[in-house]
Write a protein that binds this ligand. Sequence first.
Ligand code: AVJ
Length: 310
Amino acid sequence: MVPADSFREDVIEGLSQPQKTLAPKYFYDAEGSRLFDRICRLPEYYPTRAELALTRRHLADIARFAGRGCELIEYGSGEGLKTRLLLGALRPSAYVPVDISPTALEGAARRLSKEFSWLHIFAVVGDFSQPLRLPVFRQRAGRRRVVYFPGSTIGNLLPQEAEGFLHMTRGLVGRGGAMLVGVDCKKDANILHAAYNDARGVTAAFNRNLLARMNAELGANFALRRFAHYAFYNASRGRVEMHLVSRLRQRVAIGRHRFDFDVGETIHTENSHKYSVAEFQAFARDAGFAPRKVWRDRRGLFALHGLRAA
Ligand code: AVJ
């Protein structure tokens, strides 16, 4: 869980910028996590299915690359089917899920230990943007350490932040280590547009839920109907941007703070960067990895990169 006071501070700071901004990590309260699960099942939202399909299709090769018996560190709670496929094929000597939500971690760890009774699980509450500290977990000699970062969550970071994150991960896995990272590919903007503007309005509800969360947790007085969901592909920056657009001139209060919105003014709520294989590999090289493998789904929508510590 993110402490409430840092949520408040981040909101006040983000809404005080010339371009009002909120960090996408705040989407995931209980309702936001539920809405995100619904997004993953939408017909238009291809990334989840594409990544699952490529994992199934190339599972043996992926497991061979990571190495059976490795120490597997995953950013995310490990709840997903992809993770369970990988755990079954890899039989890691240790599994370290890292997630910001202690409740999500607990639930996932409990279910995983039932399904994989042989698995040693060391759950760590943490945030992938911070350097990871692994207190209960010492690397055993000769065991390859592998970081698994699925879902294209890395796309939420700005390119320079993503490179910093890869660099930090390179330090964490050490010599002989590796990384498996899921990356959404550049593609026809119409496909991207549909994926972030679904017909049922689930993505819009996910975006607007941030306003409901600020009302509930910070005592803000956002009127949800006065903000519209807006998502578009910014081709020059290679990313889908999500915004909440003020439908009118209005003033919003959060405690003693007041925020003025002009008609059409936006809160920028998410970036979702898309990378071609060559672009991402160049990045990985700059961060000290040797890109060795790329697995893709049949339609080439999504890529899983296999990186080796250089
Ligand atoms: C979880 C960050 C990969 O960027 O596609 C889905 C989140 N936002 N629909 C993405 C999201 C809108 C998702 N990531």
